[in-house]
Design a protein. Sequence first.
Length: 580
Amino acid sequence: MSKYYMFEIESIVQTFTVLDTGKEISFGYSSAEEQECFKDVNGGDLILGYYNEPIDAVKILFEVKGHLEDTQIELVKKLEVKDGVCITSDIADDLRQKKLISIYKEKFDEIYEQMLRKQESGENADLEEEFRDYLKNVRELTNIRQVDELKKWSDILYGDGVISKNVYSITSYAEYAEIEDIIRNSSRYAIYKMEQKEKSPQSGLASDQGLTNYGKFLKYREENQKGNEKREERVTGFEIEKLNFTAPKLPVPQNYLVFGAPGTGKSHEVKELQESYFPDKNSYERVTFYSNYSYPNFVGTYKPKMEGKDIVYSYVPGPFIRILEKAYRNPDKNYLLVIEEINRANPAAAFGDIFQLLDRKNGRSEYSIETSEELKLFFAKRFVSGFDEMSGEEQDIALESFSKMYIPPNMYIWATMNSADQGVYPMDTAFKRRWDFKYIGINDNMESMQNVTFKIALASGEKKVNWNKLRMKINEVLSGLQCRVNEDKLLGPYFISSEVMAINKETRTFDESKFDNKQFIDAFKNKVIMYLFEDAAKQRRTEIFKECDEVTRFSSVCAAFDKKGVEIFGREIADSVIEE
């Protein structure tokens, strides 16, 4: 058996008023007090939503669907009236003391009946105005007193109980035809007609004209609605909001950001996941952000192109919209957008208003955004067959189908980030919280290069040096008390690529037969030494390049490396990394 409640929704009234009738909403408790209020509320109970601005009034009716764990209650919006139904001051006072109160069924029925009457009167006003416009613009009548006369007799006979509802609440011609007969045959209306005929035998009755023309108006209205429905069905053929996404959910976050020091294998991590879950080359796209990368690059913009001798402008989608279009078009398949080096551009600027779509619920954007006019046109041309040949009115209907945009559950966005690089942009907290982060530590994923060794000339002769031991020793110096370099500037195991280190892709082990020693030495000099000189150890060069006579010029450090090899880092490091 249902129970009845009244709930004060003042602070969140906007959340509920934008929700369409019949839609569900999950309402999270904002305090322990609120959670306590709702503990006895069960599925099937009815709640009247009350607010006190500008007056104490009930505006919305909810039906309780159930509880979601202990933190939320799920409601279905059943009814909303524009101006609300005023309540007595004693109930208002109770609600100021406690957000949710229980009420008797009799009180609920009384308020509910008033809400229905309010709703009906609002609909009546709309139909009355629509009828007035019909007479002026379609029938081209200048004297439209019949609108008011029809209202007057409708109210009189409705009040007397002769007809079951007000004429201006009837939208069906078939239903109106029965009411019209009742009005014309009622004794009170017959007496009125007779009296008016005696006064002016030649003049017609405005109320009679109103009765006739309202029937014509309803026929005209129904025909237009049927035409619009058929036309809308023909011109859209595709509605973004009604898509049913059936692609399987992957065991990886949809907004996934991998970060760590340079060379830790961030891109490798993402690439392996992509190869596992998105092997089809048409199911993913990869983009790299850079300092001037912006919203038009990422989302899309108009660009000029030549058509014959003329320059025309057309909308060119960016990688985000290209993947989004595929996800909309194929709701049974998953798609991936990979963003490398996401913080080399300004992420908030590149995403723009799409940033809001990153908030997901059950995989889909929790909040849609308004689609820009250029994107509406782009989607309409891509999804609606024969769009360019349609009439202006048909195009407007088609464009309206794309008025909202969201990220669907079958679209994944994965990114990599290295906060240590020079020239990167900071990522604000609001942007960060919309991602699932994974940190790759400085010594993670180093198993495959444990045995990578290279030959290098030292002052004492040619020796074999273990790359991973050398990397870790350099990191020890960088992070020690003398240098105090942050972890995200240290050397990861893949600072030199796995191809140069001859790491077998299948076995993930060192393949000495394919190792090119000269190539490795060149990579070490041009990548590792350059990075230490220009970035990580820029302020502490003497601490890293201990055996170099000159550390202010890169060429001098390279010359010392060619002569002494890894001994430029000091005898202590050199002795610990040489393989016997």
